[in-house]
Design a binder for this molecule. Sequence first.
Ligand SMILES: NC(=O)c1ccc[n+]([C@@H]2O[C@H](COP(=O)([O-])OP(=O)(O)OC[C@H]3O[C@@H](n4cnc5c(N)ncnc54)[C@H](O)[C@@H]3O)[C@@H](O)[C@H]2O)c1
Length: 294
Amino acid sequence: MTGWFDERSGLRGTVALITGGAGGLGEAIARDLAANGVRTAVIDIDAAAVAALTRSFAEGGHDLIAHHGDARDPEALEALFTAADARWGRLDTLVNVVGGTFRAPFTETTPKGWDALLRTNLLHVLHACSLAADRMRAGGRGGSIINLTTIEAHRAAPGYAVYAAAKAAVEQFARTLAVELAPDGVRVNNIAPDYTPTPNLTRLSRGANALDTPAGARAAIPMGRTGRLTDISNCAVFLASALSSYVTGGTLHPDGGTHASAGWLNWPDSGWSNHIPASVLALLDREGTADPRA
Ligand SMILES: NC(=O)c1ccc[n+]([C@@H]2O[C@H](COP(=O)([O-])OP(=O)(O)OC[C@H]3O[C@@H](n4cnc5c(N)ncnc54)[C@H](O)[C@@H]3O)[C@@H](O)[C@H]2O)c1
């Protein structure tokens, strides 16, 4: 007997291709899709993560194609699509997860760095979407394309200018593609997380970050905690499923409310404010850490 979710979602037996699907948010998405009977094809640059996912999916009895490769390489991407064609002969969902950044003021970055950020965050998305759109159209069953973007595509992101611009380009590209593909029933949507600790992210040194403390998270995130992998993968399951069959050209914001609050912080003593309370400035002043230019 199948349950309400199985019937309404229509996921069982469908095929999803996930870039960056063996680690971090991509792995969470691959696992949750597989748990709902989706056959998954992933490409990931981390060989150990690919091997671990292959073992674990085999133990769980999940149908998986896992390629070790670089999603920025058009030939490697195409090889995964071709392998999925050969094994399953259909494609229902594409999840573009691969992305990343480094921190530097824009004026200290170079064309080499900009090129790397555009390749990592934008160009492979175009390539994967073009490979997927042809297949989804030809299949005649529609489809769902999902891009992992970021809250930084929706606000200024000092130190991350080109990353934010590339992710904003993905969002805008998705809107147009959604309209172009709508007559074929192919939907295109984005998921824009805020800080969601993943193994790779927590390995990066980000300096003292109060977000990692309960008090810091309560101040900066309306829901009072940082993101969990399932906060994001649940959104991907929804967008891949027929539960979202009339949703296209949009963005989900699984961020505990930071996109909505747009810079308003819940200061421990004084409550919501979009500027530093005088009491905090006075404290910094006493410690000698307030702005020396003041
Ligand atoms: N984690 C967060 O807090 C967060 C917040 C906002 C947006 N995002 C976005 O979500 C996506 C995933 O983030 P994450 O934290 O899971 O990242 P991650 O660094 O853990 O990467 C996810 C997977 O992608 C693989 N990968 C990286 N580069 C690849 C490449 N060129 N080819 C193939 N595989 C590659 C990694 O090996 C990893 O298994 C990114 O696009 C990121 O910009 C993440």
